[in-house]
Design a protein around this ligand. Structure first.
Ligand code: MG
Length: 171
């Protein structure tokens, strides 16, 4: 099994949509970035790339490349999923935390998990999304930015880890 970590932060500005995990949230500001600036999906991409030993999102999708201007980050995640599969890995699980003061993320967290899971072609039960406030501290706490952390576990080989090994005495 391989484990990877991802972190990202984007500034909150006026005149942009707020998109997290492919879900557009109602809010008076949105995240600034070259793509749709979906900070959660970016952190998940980095966790997956890290676990597979494939570098980071900036290496695969540079923000100087016009092809990625305004792109849905779910499209980047789909490509990351293909890169990870191409190295012979299957996604075991993804866990992520989004750090923000507002808006409330919990009511839409299930939708975000479903979007990420569907994009990766995995069971939604393998993706967990949660939120934390920063208690008014630092940029996320002051509402100037939203950050996200993610970890991803990958398995190698063909065996389905959800099935107990029928030959094992340890079941
Ligand atoms: Mg980013």
């Amino acid at each position: 099994m391989k484990v990877g970590i991802g972190y990202d932060i984007h500034r909150l500005v006026e005149g942009r949509k707020l998109i997290l995990g492919g879900v557009e949230l109602e809010f008076e500001r949105g995240l600034l970035g070259h793509s749709d600036a979906d900070v959660l999906t970016h952190a998940v991409c980095d966790a997956l790339l890290g676990a597979a030993g494939l570098g980071d999102i900036g290496r695969h999708f540079p923000d100087t490349d016009e092809r990625y201007r305004g792109i849905s980050s779910l499209k980047l995640l789909a490509e990351v999923g293909e890169l990870v599969a191409g190295k012979g890995y299957r996604v075991g699980n993804i866990d992520a935390v989004v750090v923000l003061e507002r808006p409330k993320l919990a009511p839409r967290a299930g939708e975000m998990a479903s979007n990420l899971a569907r994009t990766l072609g995995i069971d939604p039960g393998r993706v967990n999304i949660k939120a934390a406030t920063n208690e008014g501290l630092d940029a996320a706490g002051r509402g100037e930015a939203i950050s996200a952390w993610a970890v991803a576990g990958l398995f190698s080989g063909e065996k389905d880890d959800s099935d107990p090994d029928p030959d094992s005495d340890c079941d």
